[in-house]
Design a binder for this molecule. Structure first.
Ligand code: MGD
Ligand code: MGD
Ligand code: SF4
Ligand code: MO
Length: 680
């Protein structure tokens, strides 16, 4: 193994920076200074040399002709995409002088940072940027678009993002993929599940769409969107009534099991079947399978929590392993997310102390259209990095209308001229994660990893850390925090005595080892970070926050007359909207399709393969119908966040609501309703 400074030829260790739970160890092959191949690192203990096609094809993206090379300034209309090259000095000058002006006239809260995890590196995603915007006094962004509803829901039960070690799931005898398209979105959990299957495990998938994951299952259970809470309560009903619960575990490690036992009596299988569309016999079979198989493991996905009732849903599902005492069995339990084990010292990394006005407003990123168009104290400037809101944010048409505002000074930092960047006044070229140093922590497995540069900066592109350093310097921020080198930032982030799991991990040890496993102990015996220290089947904290303290099914919001629930989920070959502008990935994915049940298609006279119009009061898009039995009647599913290819009208988020979920201010991408018709 060589290090970057050695030579232009060789094989270099790396880590995948995409927003994907697997966080694979990679090997980057270079010839004459150029990356020619990316493959999995066979020595990585979890990902073991397997990687997805998306990243196998990454070199094509890194050297894509369309990649941005230098800063640009807009010369066309907003959204049109006409720009002119400028220097970094001019770009930074333009930004800081506009901001200084705004701060004087409108106050710093007229400026909004808008970012997400296009690069998961801790320094670039939530390090120097946070320091900078804290010091600037800009409006704060609530980053809720991904998993926040489920994370809050899970925490009410378990106290934080703590599940089991995925490496233990090879011991499981029953694996339930619940609302997760793991074949596409968590492929190494599928590899582990297949290993378990060789030892006799059964794989059950509960989803609204029989996608690749459903097709791989021993048993696929289709469910009506937004009703999983009721199914989980139905399982509990049977577990209690047929004495399949682990009384000792309930006694020892939970609070509220007596209340719960009473509470689930009304959720009998007939009632639950009426809500979920799951046949009564299947509810019995599933509950008995779950009650009698040990170890059983539930991989809880993001699907069920992208709903109006998503927080409560995850809160409810996460109670199940306690009922049968699975948390004390190796390979038993659940994973929603595991980021709690790898927590960093965010006080040092992000420096919230630099924010003077502790009442600085907070803006929910899921309501960007509203924020840009309807706030009394308007946002006058926005800095977008690591995200592509013109494609990924709900109420897409409203978002674009907001981005179109003539008086909004928009800066976008990205590797490509994304749909969002086309609206920018200034575009800055971003270095890829392969071009800089960063610290990576998975939200699924227990490893920390380090990235060191394996590629020269492309053109004049700069990392987020560098950009915020430059902006800080030009703003005259003289705190040493703005001059810190990456290594120093990593040291500080890892110096965190309150996290007992990562004591052995520091910059040096990471440089030496590339990846290091956190020293995670089983959850039990032990105390959880809930108020009671136990699993809270009854939650006083929820009661105090105005929620039912016990798991409770609450239907989705009523949404007018449109007959279909619309579920626009991710696809296999893109990572959110990343890769939707790269030829190879688009070729693999072909085109966006709309899955519709044969019954519904027949009723609407829609034939497989023809173009249909999907619409509601928020917008419309045009997709190719895929008629069959992969979705239940009344449900339409499409996959992928597609770029605006010329002549297409396929912005699925033009249809999604910007309501907030029950908990965590989360997004409800999958709770919208639509109608569909053939295009004449
Ligand atoms: N290939 C690929 N991998 C990815 C991504 C990608 O875009 N492409 N995105 C990454 C990111 S940011 C995330 S957050 C994760 C997300 O990955 P997942 O956790 O898999 O979440 P989703 O794909 O959003 O939805 C999972 C499944 O939920 C189903 N679903 C929708 N509503 C319901 C419901 O009410 N009940 C049930 N039971 N199922 C429902 C959908 O049909 C889908 O199959 O994947 C990451 N990995
Ligand atoms: N309809 C629908 N909408 C969804 C979802 C869904 O399931 N359905 N999923 C939602 C979820 S879970 C998520 S997480 C969001 C994700 O949405 P986004 O966070 O917007 O993710 P991407 O579309 O991958 O965009 C990431 C961008 O970051 C850029 N980037 C990569 N590395 C860097 C870097 O180092 N610096 C800078 N400055 N830029 C970089 C990439 O080029 C890319 O343009 O989408 C949400 N939107
Ligand atoms: S996107 Fe996920 S599966 Fe693919 S290489 Fe990256 S971490 Fe691995
Ligand atoms: Mo996400």
């Amino acid at each position: 193994m060589s290090s970057y400074s050695d030579s232009f030829n060789g094989v270099f260790p790396s880590v995948c920076s995409l927003d994907c739970p697997d966080q694979c160890g990679l090997l980057v092959h270079k010839r004459d200074g150029k990356i020619v191949k990316i493959e999995g690192d066979p020595n990585h203990p979890v990902t073991k040399g397997n990687i997805c096609n998306k990243v196998r094809n990454m070199p094509a993206r890194l050297y894509d002709e369309k990649r941005l090379r230098y800063p640009l300034k807009r010369i066309g209309e907003k959204g049109e995409g006409r720009f002119k090259r400028i220097s970094w000095a001019e770009a930074i000058d333009t930004i800081t002088s506009r901001w200084n002006d705004l701060i004087k006239k409108e106050g710093p809260e007229s400026i909004l940072p808008y970012s997400f995890y296009g690069n998961m590196g801790r320094l670039n995603a939530e390090g120097m940027d946070r320091r900078f915007f804290h010091k600037l006094g800009a409006s704060r962004l609530d980053r809720t678009i991904c998993q926040s509803a489920g994370t809050v829901g899970y925490s009410y039960t378990m106290g934080g993002s703590f599940g089991i070690d995925p490496e233990d799931t090879i011991h499981s005898k029953l694996i339930i993929f619940w609302g997760i398209n793991a074949v596409s979105t968590n492929m190494h959990q599928v590899v582990l599940a297949q290993k378990a299957r060789k030892n006799g495990a059964k794989i059950v998938v509960i989803d609204v769409h029989k996608n690749q994951t459903g097709k791989m299952a021993d048993w696929f259970i289709p469910i009506t969107p937004g009703t999983d809470t009721a199914l989980a309560l139905g399982i509990m009903h049977i577990l209690f009534s047929e004495n399949m619960v682990d009384e000792h575990f309930l006694q020892e490690y939970t609070v509220g099991h007596e209340d719960l036992r009473e509470h689930v009596v009304p959720y009998d299988p007939v009632t639950v079947s009426g809500i979920t569309g799951v046949p009564v016999e299947d509810i019995y079979t599933l509950a008995r399978m779950y009650g009698k198989t040990s170890p059983s493991f539930i991989r809880i996905g993001n699907g069920p929590q992208h709903h109006d009732n998503g927080g409560m849903c995850i809160r409810t599902i996460s109670c199940l392993p306690a009922l049968t005492g699975q948390w004390v069995v190796q390979g038993g339990g659940a994973i929603k997310g595991n980021s709690g084990y790898l927590a960093l010292n965010t006080t040092e990394l992000q420096r919230p102390d630099l924010l003077e006005n502790k009442n600085t407003r907070i803006i929910n990123m899921n309501q960007l259209g509203h924020a840009l168009l309807e706030l009394e104290m308007p946002i006058k400037s926005m800095f977008v990095y690591g995200t592509n809101p013109a494609v990924v944010a709900p109420e897409g048409n409203k978002v674009r209308k907001g981005l179109q505002r003539e008086d909004l000074f928009l800066v976008v930092h990205d590797l490509f001229l994304t749909e969002t960047a086309k609206y920018a006044d200034i575009v800055l070229p971003a270095a890829s994660s392969y071009e800089n140093t960063d610290l990576y922590s998975s939200y699924w497995h227990h490893y920390m990893q380090i990235q060191q540069p394996v590629m020269e900066a492309y053109g004049e592109s700069k990392s987020n850390v560098e950009v915020f350093r430059l902006l800080a310097e030009r703003m005259g921020f003289d705190e040493p925090a703005f001059q810190e080198a990456e290594a120093e930032m990593i040291e500080k982030a890892l110096d965190f005595p309150s996290n007992p799991f990562t004591r052995e991990i520091n910059y040096e040890s990471l440089v030496k080892n590339q990846y290091i496993k956190a020293n995670v102990k089983p959850l039990f015996p032990g105390k959880l970070p809930t108020p009671s220290g136990k699993i809270e089947l009854y939650s006083q904290r929820m009661m105090d926050a105005g929620y039912p303290p016990l798991p409770t099914y609450i239907p989705l919001e009523e949404e007018g007359v449109f007959p279909f629930l619309f579920v626009p989920a991710p696809n296999h070959n893109f990572l959110n909207s990343t890769f939707s502008n790269n030829e190879r990935h688009v070729k693999l994915e072909k085109e966006p399709r709309l899955h519709i049940n044969k019954k519904d298609a027949d009723a609407a006279g829609i034939i497989d393969g023809e173009m249909v119009r999907v619409w509601n009061e928020r917008g419309e898009c045009e997709l190719k119908a895929a008629v069959g039995k992969l979705v239940l009647p009344g449900v339409l599913v499409t996959q992928g966040l597609w770029a605006d290819a010329s002549g297409t009208n396929q912005l699925v988020n033009s249809l999604t609501p910007d309501r907030l979920s029950d908990m965590g201010g989360g997004a409800v991408f999958f709770s919208g309703r639509v109608n569909v018709e053939k295009i004449q």
